[in-house]
Design a protein around this ligand. Structure first.
Ligand code: PEP
Ligand code: MG
Length: 763
């Protein structure tokens, strides 16, 4: 692009166009003018500096139309009179897509919209750039020229930087008659549909897990100093990402892997960093330069038809956000800030350890943009009793910290900034749920037996000391799954022997004689211990996890066993080994456990009164080796979350595939029935502790294939017990046997109809 300057370019290096424009804009902003007058000056300046015959600003109105607010070159009468309907013309298209539109022959473009009042028929080329702030569209900045031309990349960049200043001006409230769209849309009520992952209803206030940094300072006084800040921030970004890469902290694998890939991609594209540096050299603050290059790159990616690039958009957003947070000196997440007592946490992605970092007393709800109900963060949310939803598309753009919100994890609806009526309706609903909860509490002492007398043992899943009160509150028979890794995940260092012993003792004490099944460390996949190194893996769910780590690094299992044996002194101890794939693994694990028992005896410490060792059935291969496995174990527990993900080859944490296959389909039920049947033949107690046990319809099906023991989230005990008390197990069992021989696909509808016909309560 050209700039109109008096200097002779042969004697003085030309001042970068962007810097000239920035300087002029800064001067305009410093003058004591009205908001409208400033917009008028801006368009005059840009037109002059860009040698454009026309420069106009359109502002988005509440109905989505674009109103001409200022112009240099078009008929001045058109200002505040010309309105483009939503999506109308090339300007509307720019606004809708949120990307620059660069047209050498605009009038012959099929999307061109001719407005006679503007007098624009003589202009051929058009460059329109969206005015955005914090991801929201505020308007469009347009330049036009008579001669057909394609505007250069530099022209686009200059306009983009100008739009940042205009956006800042608009949100400052200086321009009369403008209620900025961001304020409007962020103040209006909205409902977003999401997928429930942890039951309940939460009324509270939003806290962003990783708050977005809003860039307010755009122009720097000292580009050299600014460049130093930027370089330091880029260095730090590189270091933190390298660190993540080195440690491969798997708890955050889902979130970080994509960012790392994006980083590699953008870092490899030297242009990305260079463009940010150029922005700073031209007079932008480091933050503004990051934001501008982010907007540009985003626009370029949006233009690609290739879905690969569209999927990388979020990673780009994440990467830019990280860099902005570093620049703002805000590296820690929201957890360090004071949380309101009714926090509803909003995150793009989240691992279980990150959720555990928050003060659970203050958490009411959780909203995740990605994620799935089978992921471990969902399990932790259920354990903490937080209403949670996932798959909440673009929620982050639509909320600000402090907004009121309701998470309805019964229907999957998120109400943002709800009206007083909605709040009142939900308060009623919460009271209703509390009444239902009281009804469940009334069932607490009642044994879970079907109408035809089948006694079903109901246990809870737990993992934290804070879960223990649930055992008595729910009236469950025991703890069917104590996920020991959760204690390890909330610790900053590997818990030492004494510390582990103390915790396990507290668990057994708290269980007051009820059985507790301790699962040995199930780490790997999406559960990582930040202090333990873990190799990088392409498929962590199929990788080095659970018993595989335990057998390769026996010191961990030995220490844990030692702590459990010591804690159990003179009480029964049940140990359960996760992810058993081959019977030989159980043989090895048992040898190791018995060696610890022998050591304990030698030390004349009191051994457990009884030691039970069980295996989790989570990998399909072991179903074909039950004849070898069952004689070796005292009990088995089906981990249906993993078993079904492996059976259907569908990653439980990937929302695209996690729900593709039904846990109530014939192949799933046949596989689980094969386990129950084999256990009956060998007289080995069998239970199921995956999430499906806690859903009444699923629990009903499990009883029909022979399960007489289930373990679930504490909040599910009431609903499942209610179902059991109204079920005739014998009749369903007969029906199920028929379906399993003749039906195909999902039995969900069959089961629903059975429940309806028989009056089985599926609350
Ligand atoms: C399971 O896989 O079903 C299970 C109970 O274990 P986790 O969900 O902890 O992997
Ligand atoms: Mg599992």
């Amino acid at each position: 692009m050209q700039t109109r300057r008096g200097d002779d370019p042969r004697t003085t290096p030309p001042e970068p166009a962007l810097r000239v424009i920035m300087r002029r804009l800064r001067e305009i902003m410093a003058e004591p003018d009205s908001g409208q007058a400033r917009l008028d000056k801006i368009v005059r300046q840009i037109a002059g500096l860009m040698v454009a015959e026309v420069c106009s600003i359109y502002i988005k109105r509440q109905d989505g139309s674009l109103e001409l607010f200022a112009t240099e070159g078009l008929n001045p009468e058109a200002v505040h009179n010309t309105r483009l309907k939503r999506g109308e013309g090339l300007v509307g298209r720019c606004a809708e897509l949120g990307v620059p539109v660069n047209e050498p022959d605009a009038q012959n473009h099929p999307a061109f919209s001719y407005r006679p009042e503007t007098g624009e028929e003589i202009y051929h080329s058009l460059l329109a750039v969206p005015i955005q702030r914090g991801g929201l569209l505020l308007g469009v900045l347009v330049v036009q020229n008579r001669t057909p031309r394609v505007y250069s990349e530099e022209d686009v960049e200059v306009l983009q930087a100008t739009t940042m200043i205009i956006a800042e001006h608009l949100v400052s409230g200086a321009v009369a008659g403008i209620a900025v769209e961001s304020d409007i849309s962020r103040s209006l009520s909205a409902v977003i549909k999401a997928e429930p992952i942890s039951d309940g209803i939460a009324l509270g206030h939003i806290v962003l897990h990783e708050p977005r940094v809003v860039v307010t300072e755009l122009l720097s006084e000292n580009p050299d100093l600014e460049l130093e800040r930027l370089e330091a921030a880029l260095d730090k970004l590189g270091q933190t990402l390298d660190e993540m890469l080195r440690h491969e902290t798997l708890s955050k694998a889902g979130a970080h892997k994509d960012v790392l890939e994006a980083y590699r991609m953008f870092a490899a594209d030297k242009g990305w960093m260079q463009r940010i540096r150029d922005g700073v050299k031209e007079g932008l603050t480091a933050e503004a330069a990051v934001e501008r290059v982010h907007n540009l790159t985003r626009a370029r990616m949006l233009r690609q038809n290739d879905p690969f690039w569209r999927e990388r958009l979020r990673d780009l957003d994440d990467l830019s956000d990280r860099l902005l947070r570093i620049l703002a000196g805000r590296t820690s997440a929201a957890k360090d800030a004071a949380l309101p007592n009714d926090t509803i946490l909003v995150a793009r992605t989240m691992g279980p350890a990150e959720l555990l970092d928050y003060d659970r007393e203050k958490l009411r709800g959780l909203i995740i943009e990605d994620g799935s109900g089978q992921s471990h963060v969902a399990i932790v949310a259920r354990a903490l009793g937080i209403a949670a939803v996932a798959q909440a598309g673009s929620v982050i753009e639509r909320v600000a910290t402090g907004d009121s919100a309701i998470v309805d994890a019964t229907s999957g609806e998120i109400h943002l900034r709800p009206s007083a009526e909605v709040v009142a309706a939900y308060s009623d609903k919460v009271r209703f749920l509390a009444r239902r909860q009281r009804r469940y509490e009334a069932l607490r002492e009642r044994p879970a037996a079907t109408k035809d007398g089948a006694r079903i043992e109901l246990n809870i899943n737990a993992g934290l000391l804070a879960d223990l009160p649930h055992l008595t509150e729910s009236g469950a028979d025991g703890i069917g799954l104590f996920r020991t890794e959760l204690q390890f995940m909330i610790s900053n260092t590997l818990p030492r022997l004494e510390q582990q012993t103390r915790i396990y003792r507290q668990v057994l004490d708290g269980a007051v004689g009820k059985r507790v099944v301790f699962r040995t460390l199930d780490i790997g996949s999406d559960k990582a211990l930040p202090y333990l190194r873990h190799p990088s893996e392409d498929n962590p769910a199929l990788g080095w996890r659970a018993i595989r780590i335990a057998l390769d690094r026996p010191a961990l299992l030995r220490m844990q066993t030692r702590a459990l044996l010591a804690a159990a002194a003179d009480r029964e101890l049940s140990l359960m080994i996760p992810m058993v794939t081959a019977a030989t693994e159980i043989a090895s694990a048992k040898r190791l456990i018995h060696r610890e028992l022998a050591i304990q005896r030698r030390r004349t410490q009191t051994p457990p009164s009884r030691l039970r060792i069980g295996a989790m059935i989570e990998v399909p291969s072991i179903i074909y080796e039950l004849d070898a496995l069952l004689p070796m174990v005292d009990f088995v527990s089906v981990g249906s979350n993993d078993l079904l993900q492996f059976l259907f080859a569908a990653d439980r944490t990937n929302p695209r595939v996690a729900h593709r296959y039904d846990s109530l389909s014939v192949p799933a039920l046949r596989a689980m029935k094969a386990v129950v049947d084999a256990c009956t033949r060998y007289g080995v107690p069998v239970t199921l502790c995956g999430e499906m046990a806690g859903r009444p319809l699923e629990a009903m099906a499990l009883i029909a294939i022979g399960f007489r023991s289930l373990s679930m989230a504490p909040a599910s005990i009431g609903p499942v017990k209610t179902m059991i008390l109204s079920l005739n197990a014998g009749r369903l069992q007969k029906q199920m046997a028929e379906w399993l021989t003749s039906a195909t696909g999902s039995l969900r509808e069959h089961l629903r109809r059975f429940a309806e016909g028989e009056g089985v309560e599926l609350s």
